[in-house]
Design a protein around this ligand. Structure first.
Ligand SMILES: Nc1ncnc2c1ncn2[C@@H]1O[C@H](COP(=O)(O)OP(=O)(O)OP(=O)(O)O)[C@@H](O)[C@H]1O
Length: 673
């Protein structure tokens, strides 16, 4: 396998390590609110739980001669109407609200978090059932229910707070469901599934850590609310009975002396207020950390840069072939209970060849590619047709059977390498995990293989990269790591979804050469999704051009790009701003008026007719299956005429309607868009 040198643009990024990754204190503990929140909460928790060990007086010990005293050396925070020491009573009372609020959190997250993970993973139907159940909980009047529970079980705050936890779990579920769903859409979750991780481990290793911050923010806020509820209940008389101290009762007691001994309200009120504020400050500091990390992430992302080379390479026929390693026949992908996203897609891939799926955005390339891996989004599924992988039908396989294939036989690289790698883990751990799983080797052997794989994808300082985290890599380097990751299971088919779109132009060329070298040296077969004809011309042997969920033209890259037969392919090539080296630069580029019709509003007949300069009335009615055109297939009823007349999709001229070698097209009637 060849080793490609690194370009300067592809070095390990030298940008400063984001605060979240610096060694030492977590980022939220470097914010004033975070420092205050964490310090006060730690103090009040430790002081309350250890109060029996250090309190100067017993909480019930009375000194009536010293009632309602102000702070003094004897009683640091003063005394209550019975001369009891406020300091001892406040911190003795602290353990009940703190522990019962903690219990409420454990119950709320113990129920809400697993439910959110299950709903996010299992798809729409399960999610709808769970969501409806939680809506019932949310609809219950919590205060009335709590008072009813107290009426039944008495002033037992721990069970009462546990029941409150059950009710709050519904709100916890709703917040965490959104987070879990968005985390599950990240590419590194797909990558983990492709790398053979089971559902539990995907959740534990990748989804949960990514939700940790939101969980922490929510927990800190709910903790403050829990404290207020416990204090409120005690204020109303639903707390521990006298002489046991409680914050709520002490505040209620103090309110009777607000004019005669106002100080009595201050210590308890202040401790309660500071504890609630501290919990909220801590939540804000953690949330602030998330916002900063999000902004940093957006800054690091690179905008898509286009590059085009020109046509063409040698190739073979695309038509279904028993020798094909992958045969897709009449594939349809649909939204469950909704429109088709892809219909009647057929193509074949020979071993050791590269097939490009090309077309404008929204044509169904990604849905087609993802169906090869069984990685369609929730609510979208294969609704018809066949995907034969080495003679084995993939359509209809269970998730378990597909996950046994993913990574080992079919792997994937995606367009956003930075998003495809889990930011929480080093490159070493992201590579050695799948290597150990796929190849059954030990830790040190896996590390050697990981370094070897990195070298194979052109990374010369493999040891340094292994120790890095994703944010320390440049885009090109991250994409090389993703390719190495895809190779951990020694797959035979690589599905590459826009592998160079997020990279800058020099790095795009390097990644394309790397893919070409891998195909040449390993015999890997590749399906590349791209809207960039340059990429397709650069590395593909075969091409399938997609429009509005269909393959409109397929064949060898040479045939399709050099002599396009479908008007849409002609238009794509005419609109391509790049010309092959040595060829004249056109004065004007062609354009394609309008946009791709969305799924659900595809016209009858030819789906491209409403945008096609060559469309006629007969293009807008359903037409029979078309015979093969040359070595490939072309979904155009006029293909023979256009080919005979050497039709070209030419640039418009100012003032002209449309310049074509054919007569102006007949009006396209009845085409709904
Ligand atoms: N989860 C989804 N639910 C419903 N429709 C979807 C979903 N994902 C994609 N689609 C729709 O399916 C169609 C095909 O999408 P797809 O992503 O395959 O297009 P594409 O050709 O790969 O475009 P792009 O290059 O922008 O990714 C689009 O109209 C898109 O809006």
């Amino acid at each position: 396998m060849s080793v490609l040198p690194l370009d300067a643009a592809d070095e390990v990024a030298t940008e400063p390590v984001p605060p979240a990754r610096r060694r030492g204190l977590p980022a939220f503990l470097r914010r004033p609110g975070g420092i205050f929140g964490a310090t006060w909460l730690t103090f009040v928790i430790v002081a309350s739980l250890t109060a029996p060990l250090w309190r100067p007086y017993e909480p019930a010990e009375q000194d009536t001669a010293n009632a309602l005293a102000l702070p003094s050396a004897e009683h640091w925070l003063g005394t209550d109407p019975l001369g009891r020491d406020l300091l001892s009573r406040i911190f003795t009372a602290g353990s009940l609200p703190l522990l019962s609020s903690a219990l409420m959190l454990v119950v709320a997250f113990g129920i809400g978090l697993p439910l959110a993970l299950i709903a996010a993973e299992r798809g729409r139907r399960v999610e709808q059932v769970i969501s409806r159940l939680t809506e019932v909980l949310i609809a219950l009047p919590a205060t009335i229910l709590l008072l009813a529970v107290i009426g039944v079980i008495g002033n037992r705050l721990y069970p009462v707070m546990a029941i409150l936890g059950v009710m709050i779990s519904a709100s916890v579920y709703r917040v965490l469901l959104g987070v879990a769903q968005s985390v599950r859409q990240r590419l590194y979750i797909d990558a983990a599934r492709v790398n053979g991780l089971g559902s539990l481990r995907v959740n534990l290793v990748h989804v949960l850590p990514s939700m940790a911050t939101v969980v922490a923010v929510q927990a800190a806020q709910l903790f403050g609310i829990g404290l207020l509820i416990v204090a409120g209940l005690a204020f109303l008389g639903f707390g521990p009975g006298e002489p046991e101290p409680s914050w709520g009762f002490m505040i209620q007691d103090a309110s009777g002396y607000i004019y005669t001994a106002p100080w009595l309200m201050v210590p308890t009120g202040l401790v309660l207020a500071l504890t609630v504020v501290a919990a909220n400050e801590l939540a804000d500091a953690i949330a602030g950390k998330v916002a900063v990390a999000g902004r940093a992430g957006r800054r690091r992302r690179r905008g898509p840069l286009r590059r085009a080379v020109a046509a063409a390479a040698a190739g073979t026929a695309e038509a279904p072939d028993p020798a094909a390693v992958l045969q897709v026949r009449d594939l349809s992908v649909s939204v469950d209970d909704g429109p088709d996203l892809v219909t009647g897609v057929s193509f074949a891939l020979q071993p050791g060849r590269v097939l490009g799926l090309v077309g404008e955005s929204g044509c169904g390339k990604t849905m087609t590619a993802r169906s090869l891996l069984g990685l369609l989004p929730d609510g979208v599924s294969v609704s018809g047709g066949s995907i034969l992988w080495r003679g084995r039908e993939l359509v209809g396989l269970s998730e378990r059977e597909m996950s046994a294939l993913r990574g080992r036989e079919i792997a994937m690289i995606s367009q956003e390498p930075m998003v495809a790698l889990d930011p929480m883990f080093s490159i070493s751990s992201q590579l050695t995990g799948p290597i150990r799983r796929f190849r059954g080797v030990g830790r040190s052997e896996a590390r050697k293989i990981a370094a070897e794989l990195l070298r194979n994808v052109g990374i010369v300082d493999a040891e340094r990269v292994l120790k890095s985290h994703p944010h320390q890599l440049s885009g090109g380097m991250a994409q090389r790591v993703c390719i190495a990751l895809a190779l951990t299971g020694e797959p035979d088919l690589l599905v590459a979804d826009e592998p160079t779109t997020a990279l800058d132009v020099t790095v795009q060329a390097e990644i394309l050469s790397l893919l070409r070298a891998l195909v040449r040296d390993t015999g890997l077969s590749v399906v590349v999704v791209s809207h960039d004809l340059g990429v397709v011309a650069d590395i593909c042997d075969d091409v399938a051009v997609m429009y509005a969920g269909q393959v409109v033209e397929s064949g060898t890259a040479e045939a399709v790009l050099d002599a396009p037969a479908h008007p849409y392919t002609m238009a794509l090539l005419g609109a391509n701003p790049h010309v092959p080296e040595g060829e004249p630069v056109p004065e004007r580029l062609a354009s394609i008026a309008g946009t791709v019709p969305p799924p659900g509003s595809w016209p009858t007949g030819c789906r491209f007719a409403s945008r096609c300069r060559f469309a006629q009335e007969r293009c807008t009615v359903p037409f029979p299956e078309l015979p093969a055109h040359g070595a490939g297939s072309v979904l155009c009823i006029r293909v023979d005429e256009l080919s005979r007349d050497h039709a070209v999709w030419e640039p418009e001229h100012a003032g002209d309607e449309i310049a074509t070698p054919l007569a102006p097209p007949a009006p396209v009637a009845g085409v709904s868009r």
